[in-house]
Ligand binder design. Structure first.
Ligand SMILES: [Zn+2]
Ligand SMILES: [Zn+2]
Length: 344
């Protein structure tokens, strides 16, 4: 990405093993994330550009001399954060705070982006999750679902976990993007009895209903708040915010029930937000959430994906080749596509 609205496909040198703990992965599927749209709107023009993409699956091509759990030919899921798997934060399941890790396209750890033919993966043993038996599978539905474990499914799951969703919960999800829809699925899997989805794109909210939403509220602002408070008899005990813009936060504050929890996984595009007496303090609201340590959840979520119990890959509604990556951004930005897969 060279600036707002400016995505180009360029040739880069093939990635190589730089440290003994690295792997090189040939990407079989990547995708564009809703969070990629934030720089797509606001990135200042740059001569060098930034490599893009933090969600990918692929096949290990080479490993460094100290990599012990992976071999060339292994099918792997790459979480959106690089992590060592052994520091105190990784051991606590908070891989996004790994003391040795970082993210994709991160100069500190020398990573590039996943929207590419191949990627150098640092700390490969800690970062990558091997999935035996997938190999060079051509089962598109399975590959799509495995790709969601890179980010959007794990992020929706994190929202629900941090929100404390349990058997019988009433949950409201703000946002009908891929993360919001998979937060609906996650809340349902965790036993929520009532799941209200706030979104105004009918194809998306229809999919949300199939994934477990019991009610849909298309209104926004005061009208949306009134509708949810009415449906939930005075406010939702758990609100999962999957957008990141201020109106979504305000929506969450407006619909949460006294004593309730707001769990945010949309990357906030603001630093200042109401937390005072009239918003969070007065009604004893807990505000939680953050970047999902998806690495912590993949093993737990994988079996139901592999046996077809859940089908989170349904959030993908368009596939393009790597050369057409600029179209993928435009389609998501125009809301012509919910989530776009990139096939190198
Ligand atoms: Zn993402
Ligand atoms: Zn770590």
């Amino acid at each position: 990405m060279y600036g707002a609205g400016d995505v180009r496909v360029t040739d880069a040198p093939d990635p190589t093993i730089q440290l003994a703990t690295d792997a090189v992965v040939r990407v079989t599927r990547a995708c564009v994330c809703g969070s990629d749209l934030h720089p797509y709107h606001s990135m200042p023009a740059s001569v060098d550009g930034t490599p893009m993409g933090h969600e990918f699956i692929g096949v290990v091509e080479q490993v460094g001399g100290e990599v012990t759990t992976l071999s060339p030919g292994d099918f792997v899921i790459a979480p959106f954060a690089v992590s060592c798997g052994t520091c105190e934060f990784c051991r606590a399941g908070l891989h996004t705070s790994c003391v040795r890790g970082g993210f994709w396209s991160d100069a500190r750890i020398g990573t590039a982006g996943g929207q590419a033919e191949a990627v150098r993966v640092p700390l490969a043993d800690g970062t990558l999750v091997k999935v035996p038996g997938v190999g060079d599978s051509t089962d598109e539905a399975l590959l799509a679902s495995l790709l969601t474990l890179s980010d959007v499914y794990g992020t929706g799951w994190h929202a629900a976990v941090k929100g404390g969703v349990r058997e019988g919960s009433t949950v409201t999800v703000v946002g009908d993007g891929a993360v919001g829809l998979l937060a609906v699925l996650s809340a349902t899997q965790l036993g929520a009895e009532r799941v209200v989805l706030m979104g105004r794109h009918q194809e998306r909210t229809d999919l949300g209903r199939e994934l477990g939403a019991t009610d849909v509220v298309a209104e926004r602002g005061d009208e949306g708040i009134a509708a949810v408070r009415d449906l939930t008899d005075g406010g939702s005990e758990i609100v999962l915010e999957a957008v990141g813009h201020m109106p979504a936060y305000e929506q969450a504050v407006g619909i949460v029930r006294p004593g309730g929890v707001i769990s945010r996984v949309g990357v906030p595009q603001y630093d200042d937000a109401p937390v005072g007496f009239g918003s969070l303090f007065g009604p004893n609201i807990t505000l939680t959430g953050g970047p999902a340590p998806v690495r912590a959840y993949i093993e737990e979520l994988l079996p139901a994906v592999l046996d077809g119990t859940v089908d989170p890959g349904r959030v993908f509604d368009l596939t393009v080749g790597l050369e057409e990556a600029p179209k993928a951004y435009a389609a998501m930005d125009e809301r012509a596509a919910l989530k776009v897969m990139i096939r190198p």
